[in-house]
Design a protein around this ligand. Structure first.
Ligand code: ADP
Length: 611
């Protein structure tokens, strides 16, 4: 992979390019320098060769001695042809001070006016200036040449007699330069080729580990921490790879810790009994746990495309996001709302990001229906207990006062008053006993002595205890069960006796004179059911669910008159439930009541699994 700019944008390409440019620039500089030096050297050597040849020859001296060169033309011509052994590339001419070519190796020039055929300016410089002059030029046919002019005569301060004019052909030197240039170009191409190959190889050793790190970083961005970058060297790149691996390990560790924390938090949120909602500032629900969904009676599809405000509005305007955001208070704020017969407490607070900026609101919803019910029950209970205790106390006090005021003098009145006081004291005693028992059961302090017992035998022993009361009201007590049968249950006999006595005495209490009370026991689906029915006053339908509540009495006066405390059925239910049984009441006002107590049958050793 070459990144988004491909190979051209990669570091490798840049390394190769830098190598390439470095070699190119240095080679070019070196080539130009060497070529220039070579050319200068060749020129210099040509010039010095010619100059020394001219100056060393005796010919120059001879020429200086001629007064009129033209007079010695033939002689001079002969001499230069014979003496001067220049290569083909040089042409030598002798010119007098009137610019006439006296003699020349190029015979075509002899006799010509030099200012027409040769370079006048160098000639003038040499002859007039009396010093050697030179210039570059080009002959027809693009032949590069050098003009070299050596004046002679005039050493004594007089005018020069003439000059030796050499035209040297520079083609060879330039050809050599051109040749050298090609050699350098070839060398440069070769060097650049080698540089490119070496550059690619070298850059690979640098970029490969970097590519490895990049690939690993890419894998890490997709959450794959399983692989490591191979550390091949201990240079800077090797250390980078090492550090990268270390970073990867730490990141993996941190991420897995975050994931674990998140999973933990999600599990907590999922299973917490309180509802939780997190809403951001734009009103989107960013988290809602199952408890909140259930409390607000929401389905997942209700959340689709709906804002928090749209969802929450129906539960109470005070829960709208703006209201929650405006409310300020240490440790968040509280509110309550009613929904479908349940009461919910809401606590909310703003949550912030690292910099302390508000991010949204966290809302915790608690179903406090039961708690409120319990609180109300507790308040009612205290009020009831006070009232129930106060009534007999008031009676006792007023009768005692009456006695103190003199009634005690009349033994008959005193006796009847004392019997009333006694009855009221008994009632208080019963009440306190019942209350203590309830409290013991509530606080799991009641001692249960569970034993396998024959329910029939227990019932048989209870009947005589209430027979007298029934007889006093001329009621018919019908025992319907087979008194010889044996139904085994695991019970605390005293407590179950208390339950049955309470039910039977209720039937007697709330059934008029001459009424009928049936008592039966049946076995059904693993239970022993004790069924007590009467044809008494019955209970109104609306009162039936409440008769198990503490102190609930359909007719208070009647119950009190009968010595009831209003706690009998409440205690009975607690006892039965402690036996893993149930107690149910069916009744029709004016027709009678049926109370059914179901207790699980004892599983006999050795009979386990037999129905
Ligand atoms: P109490 O001490 O008043 O009898 P209980 O808890 O035993 O208290 O009963 C609660 C109420 O249920 C009674 O006050 C009475 O109104 C009603 N009740 C219980 N049993 C019967 C029944 N067999 N017939 C009619 N009403 C009954």
């Amino acid at each position: 992979m070459q990144g988004k700019n491909g190979w051209a944008g990669s570091m490798r390409w840049r390394i190769v390019l830098i190598y390439f440019l470095l070699v190119f620039i240095s080679m070019t500089v070196v080539s130009v320098f060497i070529m220039n030096s070579l050319e200068t050297y060749q020129m210099e050597s040509l010039r010095s060769k010619l100059t020394s040849t001219v100056q060393r020859s005796s010919f120059l001296k001879t020429l200086s001695e001629y007064d009129d060169l033209l007079l010695h033309q033939n002689e001079i011509q002969k001499t230069i042809i014979d003496t001067w052994e220049f290569g083909f590339s040089e042409e030598l001419s002798i010119i007098d001070n009137s610019f006439t070519i006296v003699a020349s190796t190029n015979e075509n020039l002899t006799g010509e006016n030099a200012s027409r055929v040769l370079n006048t300016s160098v000639l003038t410089t040499a002859i007039i200036g009396g010093r050697m002059a030179e210039a570059d030029g080009v002959l027809s046919g693009n032949i590069p040449i050098k003009h070299l002019v050596y004046p002679f005569g005039g050493d004594d301060g007089s005018q020069c007699r003439g000059a030796i004019y050499i035209r040297a052909d520079l083609s060879e030197i330039y050809d050599f330069s051109a040749e050298t240039k090609y050699i350098f170009i070839y060398a440069m191409v070769l060097a650049l080729l080698i540089t490119a190959i070496l550059g690619i190889l070298t850059s690979r050793s640098i970029t490969e580990p970097i590519n490895d790190v990049t690939k690993q970083a890419e894998r890490m961005s997709h959450g794959d921490f399983s692989q490591k970058v191979v550390v091949k060297s201990d240079d800077e790149i090797g250390r980078l790879a090492e550090m990268f691996n270390l970073l990867g390990e730490k990141l993996d560790f941190t991420l897995s810790e975050i994931r674990n924390e998140k999973a933990k938090l999600e599990t907590i949120l999922k299973y917490m009994a309180d509802g939780l909602l997190a809403v951001n500032l734009s009103g989107e629900i960013i988290h809602i746990n199952p408890a909140a969904m259930q409390m607000l009676d929401l389905r997942p599809e209700d959340l689709d495309g709906s804002t928090y405000d749209q969802i929450i509005e129906k539960y109470g305007k005070q829960l709208l996001l703006q209201t929650l955001l405006q409310a300020r208070g240490p440790g968040g704020m509280q509110d309550t709302f009613d929904f479908r017969g349940s009461v919910f407490a809401v606590r909310y607070d703003r949550f912030k990001d690292e910099s302390g900026q508000d991010m949204g609101v966290i809302i915790i919803i608690q179903d406090i229906t039961e708690r409120q019910k319990l609180e109300n029950m507790q308040i009612d209970f205290v009020a009831n207990v006070s009232h129930e205790l106060k009534t007999p106390l008031t009676t006792i006090k007023s009768y005692a006062e009456t006695m103190i005021d003199g009634a005690v003098e009349d033994p008959q009145t005193a006796l009847s008053f004392l019997s009333i006081i006694n009855t009221e004291a008994d009632r208080m005693n019963r009440l306190v006993k019942d209350l203590l028992q309830l409290s013991r059961i509530d606080h799991q302090q009641e001692k249960w002595s569970m034993k396998e017992s024959n329910l029939i035998a227990l019932l048989k022993s209870i009947i005589p205890k209430i027979e007298l009361s029934a007889r006093q009201k001329q009621q018919h007590l019908n025992v319907l069960f087979d008194s010889e049968a044996k139904i085994l249950v695991m019970i605390d006999k005293d407590r179950i006796e208390q339950v049955i006595l309470n039910i039977l005495s209720n039937s007697i209490k709330y059934t008029n004179k001459g009424g009928r009370i049936d008592i039966d026991v049946i076995e059904s689906s693993g239970n022993a059911k004790i069924v007590v029915s009467d044809n008494g006053i019955g209970i109104a339908e609306s009162d039936i669910p409440r008769v198990f509540e503490r102190f609930y009495r359909v007719d208070k006066a009647r119950s009190r008159a009968m010595g009831g405390t209003g706690l009998g059925l409440a205690i009975a239910r607690q006892i039965v439930e402690e036996h893993h049984g149930t107690i149910a009441i069916e009744s029709q006002e004016g027709r009678g009541t049926t109370v059914t107590v179901a207790l699980p049958l004892a599983i006999r050793r050795g009979q386990r699994g037999i129905d």
